[in-house]
Ligand binder design. Structure first.
Ligand code: SAM
Length: 210
């Protein structure tokens, strides 16, 4: 299967901005990812379902891209899904799927503020060097309504980047974060890339505050 953009995306000397890369990639993204057996959206949706068994909850798909992750959520019965992404070209394709209630064009590396909170959130293939930085984990926790769950993936490239993973570990070891599960497994099967999926929540939720 063609790996035109997959060959470029993980290079540390990427010669264009991440926004420009996804602008160019948008129209062929799904063919390339599906063709190389990208399974992380399914894994993230399964883990969210495991901890949020009520599919009527409001879910935010961070870095939703063209909507592969939203489709995986939808297939598991989540039907109140909003999406957020940096790339307007990726969002245009996500909109065509008609599965998102709302799509937000924003950069997770800035202080994202939204006018509502969510019960569940996923970031499939988004928190990674050159993409959304580790601080996204704190941003996500701030957008969750207690006792909401955040599920995200870190691929082998993120796991092997010592500076990046140190930042992630510092955030995850904070006294306010509870890690419910970590599962290492397939990410993009045909390029033999794996990813660890995390399910976390804030430790300090209190049912009486909801
Ligand atoms: C590998 S794609 C994953 C898309 C989708 N979640 C999926 O599983 O197919 C990464 C997505 O993250 C988005 N992204 C990268 N950095 C971002 C940032 N700082 N803020 C918001 N979105 C970002 C890209 O535009 C792209 O759509």
């Amino acid at each position: 299967m063609n790996k035109k953009f997959l060959d470029r995306i993980y290079k540390s000397d990427l010669d264009l901005s991440i926004n420009q890369l996804y602008k160019e990639w948008a129209s062929s993204y799904e063919d390339e990812l599906n063709g190389n057996k990208y399974v992380t959206p399914r894994r993230c949706a399964d883990m969210l379902m495991k901890y949020c068994s009520n599919p009527r909850i409001k879910v935010l798909d961070l870095g939703c891209g063209t909507g592969l992750s939203g489709e995986a959520l939808h297939a598991r019965g989540f039907h109140q899904i909003d999406g957020l992404d940096l790339s307007s070209e990726m969002l245009t394709l996500a909109k065509d799927k008609a599965i998102y209630s709302r799509l937000i064009n924003d950069d997770l590396n800035t202080l994202v503020k939204l006018d509502q909170k969510y019960n569940g959130m996923i970031a499939a293939g988004v928190i990674s060097p050159g993409h959304a930085n580790p601080e996204t984990i704190n941003v996500a926790l701030s957008l969750l309504q207690s006792p909401g769950i955040f599920v995200f993936s870190l691929n082998d490239h993120a796991l092997a980047d010592s500076a990046f993973i140190k930042e992630v570990e510092t955030i995850l070891s904070s006294s306010s974060v509870e890690i419910l599960e970590e599962e290492y497994g397939d990410h993009i099967i045909d390029i033999n890339l794996k990813a660890k999926i995390f399910a976390i929540r804030s430790k300090y939720w209190n049912a009486s505050t909801d």
